[in-house]
Unconditional design. Structure first.
Length: 464
């Protein structure tokens, strides 16, 4: 690259800008500027501009306020243009800032509208902050604003727009403690059982100043394995790394396998579906309603039937038809998609394809399936019609982890319902759709909340 040409990131790193400067002296700032897009072919014209005369220093003005400085405050409350006026901005934001001892911030749109001075602007073109608590009031969340506050430890979003991007970074209400500004970490632990495990874990967490908000444990007498799940609260310094370090003595002493995750992080899921869309629709609804805490990063199907649903939800839709000649290729696409999106879970919401042993093994513990449950078992097409012909008295559904053994992976959740001879095959199908949707959603919720621990071909499920 020539010495007069520079590259820098723009739009929160989502694009790279190349700039050529022909003057002898180069002045470079820590923030990239905005340039008009290059003409087609990426051949931007270079203009020589005469330097203006030095205007000299016009004025120094000291900001007079008792509030903390935006760059130093532990708490920031910011308002957006949607507040409607400068008067409303002051009426809503300033009293809360004074009560919390917080600095006052604003979106670029609010600053441009005159609601707040320039030194209050938070974002890529203003101040970039990473505070203990960031409260965004009526800020939809343009990408340049998100880039300026996304690393704050706790983010609270207040907005009438349910799809505001700030909600993607905010802390769910049931995981936010406004008094202690605590962080919530979920721990799962397992080892061979022996005395002293719980005491050692509690001692390590107490040394961090962490509080055990929820605790569940189980001893499997046959295998002598101990299983434990903890929800741990603490102040801003609490992290997965600090917890794992604090529990190293217990890990070394007991051979303890410890895994910690930040509960503020929204898991990413991929939904796979064929033509029956009831399970997928129920998942999407429960996410929208807030009962499931997850982001759907993709919907994969071997049919086009559900494309409209995906587009309505603004979710990427991958149509990958499968036959015996391209099965390996299509499964590799799925593995690539899991890697590229960082998906934590793949859900087979009535995806009517038998997966290869290789794929089932590689995604073991990260793929959940739902299927009907009958006694006796009815395989093949129209299982509910087969059940009707045999006069079954119970129908149900089973959610389980996928393994190379078809429909025989570790069971997560099940449900049954009584049926009678007076019901038609269509009645059984309708009841089956409801049961399958409920069971699948419960299993997904248990997995996302890390309430499931694998114990061989069985599961330990710590329900609420």
């Amino acid at each position: 690259m020539p010495p007069d040409t520079f590259k820098g990131s723009i739009y929160a790193g989502n694009a790279i800008q190349t700039v050529q400067a022909s003057n002898a002296k180069k002045v470079i700032t820590v923030r990239t500027a905005s340039f008009s897009s290059a003409s087609q072919g990426n051949a931007a014209a270079v203009e020589n501009i005469s330097a203006a005369a030095d205007p000299g220093l016009i004025e120094n003005k000291l900001s007079d306020t008792d509030r903390p400085d935006l760059t130093l405050a532990k708490i920031i409350i910011s308002g957006g243009r949607a507040l409607g006026s400068s008067e409303k901005f002051q009426e809503v934001i300033l009293p809360i800032a004074d009560r919390l001892g917080a600095a006052v911030g604003a979106s670029r749109a609010a600053v441009d509208a005159g609601y707040a001075p320039n030194d209050c602007q938070v974002g890529q073109t203003g101040e970039v902050v990473a505070r203990d608590l960031y409260i965004a009031v009526r800020i939809s969340g343009a990408i340049q604003h998100l880039a300026g506050m996304k690393d704050s430890k706790v983010i609270v979003a207040i907005n009438k727009d349910e799809e505001a991007p700030t909600f993607s970074l905010s802390c769910p209400p049931d995981q936010f403690d406004p008094v202690t500004m605590s962080q919530l970490q979920i721990l799962t632990l397992t080892c061979d059982d022996r005395p002293g495990i719980v005491a050692a874990v509690a001692t390590g967490l107490a040394a961090l100043g962490a509080n055990i908000a929820e605790s569940s444990q189980f001893w499997d007498r046959l295998s002598n394995r101990f299983f434990m799940r903890l929800a741990v609260q603490g102040h801003g310094s609490l992290s997965t790394a600090s917890i794992e370090r604090a529990l190293e003595p217990a890990s070394d002493r007991f051979g303890l396998c410890v895994h910690a995750v930040d509960a503020r992080r929204r898991p990413k899921i991929i939904i796979m579906v064929s033509k029956f869309d009831h399970g997928m629709l129920h998942l999407l609804y429960q996410i929208k309603a807030g009962w499931l805490n997850a982001d759907v990063v993709a919907i994969v199907s071997n049919h086009e039937d559900c494309r409209g649903i995906a587009e309505g939800e603004k979710v990427a839709y991958h149509y990958w038809p499968v036959c015996k000649d391209n099965k390996t290729e299509q499964e590799q696409k799925l593995l690539d998609l899991v890697r590229e999106t960082g998906a934590d879970l793949v859900i087979l919401a009535r995806y009517m394809q038998v997966l290869s042993d290789d794929l089932s093994t590689r995604l073991f513990g990260k793929m959940i399936n739902i299927h009907h449950s009958f006694l006796p078992s009815f395989k093949g097409a129209k299982p509910y019609h087969q059940a009707y012909e045999r006069g079954v008295k119970l129908i149900g559904a089973t959610a389980h982890y996928v393994t190379p053994d078809l429909d025989e992976g570790p069971i997560i959740d099940q449900e049954t319902e009584r049926v009678t001879h007076a019901m038609s095959p269509e009645d059984l199908v309708a009841m089956g759709r409801d049961i399958e949707s409920r069971v699948l959603a419960r299993a997904v919720k248990l997995h996302l909340e890390r309430r499931i621990m694998l114990n061989g071909n069985k599961t330990i499920v710590f329900s609420r």
